[in-house]
Every structure is written in C-alpha cells, then in structure tokens.
Design a protein around this ligand. Structure first.
Ligand code: HEC
Length: 154
C-alpha cells in the first residue's frame, strides 16, 4: 500500500484504481502462497520435522538437530569452532557447487551427504517417504524466499 501513498494525486482516478488492484492482487498472491502449505503437504512437512528432530538413520545416535539447532533455524558455532549453518535458506540456494564433491549437487544430495558423513547413517533413498518429508520440511523453511542458486550458507 506504500505504492499508493507515493502516487502523486494528480494521477487520473483510473490509474489510482489500477494501482490499488495490482497491490491487492500482489497481497492475495503472498497470502495464498502461505496458505498453500496445508492438507497432505502440511502433513509431510510435519513428518519431515519429526525426522529432522528425532531420526538417527541407524548411525552414531545423533540427529540432524544435534548440529542444525533450533529445528534447523539456528546457526551454531561450537566451542571448538565448528560451524553448522542455519538451514532457513537451504532450499533456495541449491543446486550449488560443492568443493568437496567437485561438482554441482542438489539439496537431496546434500541431505544424503549429511546423513552419511555427519550422522554415520544410511542415507534415505531418492523418492522415499523420508527423503520427500525432509525435502518438504527444509523447503518449508525457505517458503517465500527468492531462489538464490549458489548463494551463501547462513
Ligand atoms: C555433525 C553435524 C551435522 C549433522 C548431524 C547434520 N549436518 Fe547438515 N551440515 C553440517 C555442516 C558442517 C554443513 C556445512 C558444510 C557442508 O556442506 O557439509 C551442513 C550443511 C547442511 C545443508 C546445506 C546448508 C544450507 O544452508 O543449505 C543442509 C541442507 C543440511 N546440512 C541438512 C542436514 C540434514 C537434513 C541433516 C540430518 C539428516 C543434517 N544436515 C545433519 C553438519 C551437520
């Protein structure tokens, strides 16, 4: 609505009405994007959060949230100086180049890498319920953020 207030009043009322309609359509789009996480999608996001918080993937007994704290929303630096990124933009910055892999990787490959390397566990298969749920949960954290392929970890 700030756009309306910066419009000089000399504009024709039709122009002002069009700007108002454009603003309302924009607002409606933002609201419906949020409202779209419901029903089966919301259920899968919730399953992903539970997996993120509690699943050890048959590894050394840690979970994703042992490193990515605050259910993935808090960046952490341990007393020894290890850095664990905040995942609030995770879904927006993939695919990205991984120096470790020496090639471009997807979000699913990153998840599989953390399960194998960080948890010492068995990575979920592509297309499995566990993978779909984790991708859904992480993507929900990035809802509304612009795609920023190759962007910085937070
Ligand atoms: C032992 C600590 C540790 C655990 C446990 C861990 N991670 Fe990570 N994770 C890291 C570190 C360190 C990085 C950044 C370096 C890298 O890319 O490997 C990272 C990076 C990531 C990224 C990319 C960062 C970003 O901002 O997009 C995602 C996504 C991710 N982890 C998801 C997970 C998921 C899902 C789990 C559980 C299955 C998990 N991690 C478990 C340490 C961990």
């Amino acid at each position: 609505m700030t756009r309306l207030s910066i419009l000089p009043s000399k504009h024709h009322p039709i122009v002002q009405t069009l700007v108002l309609i454009a603003a309302l359509v924009g607002l409606g789009g933002a609201v419906s994007a949020q409202a779209a996480i419901n029903g089966p999608l919301a259920k899968t996001v919730a399953q992903g959060k539970q997996i993120f918080l509690h699943d050890t993937f048959g590894g050394r007994g840690r979970t994703c949230s042992a490193c990515h704290q605050g259910a993935g929303l808090a960046a952490t630096v341990t007393p020894k100086g290890s850095r664990f990124p905040n995942l609030s933009n995770a879904a927006a910055i993939f695919p990205r180049y991984s120096a470790r892999a020496g090639r471009v990787i997807t979000l699913q490959e990153q998840i599989r890498g953390c399960v194998k390397g960080a948890l010492g566990g068995t990575p979920p298969a592509y297309g499995s319920l566990t993978m779909r749920a984790l991708v859904s949960y992480l993507t929900s954290l990035s809802q509304g953020k612009p795609i920023d392929m190759g962007g910085k970890l937070q």
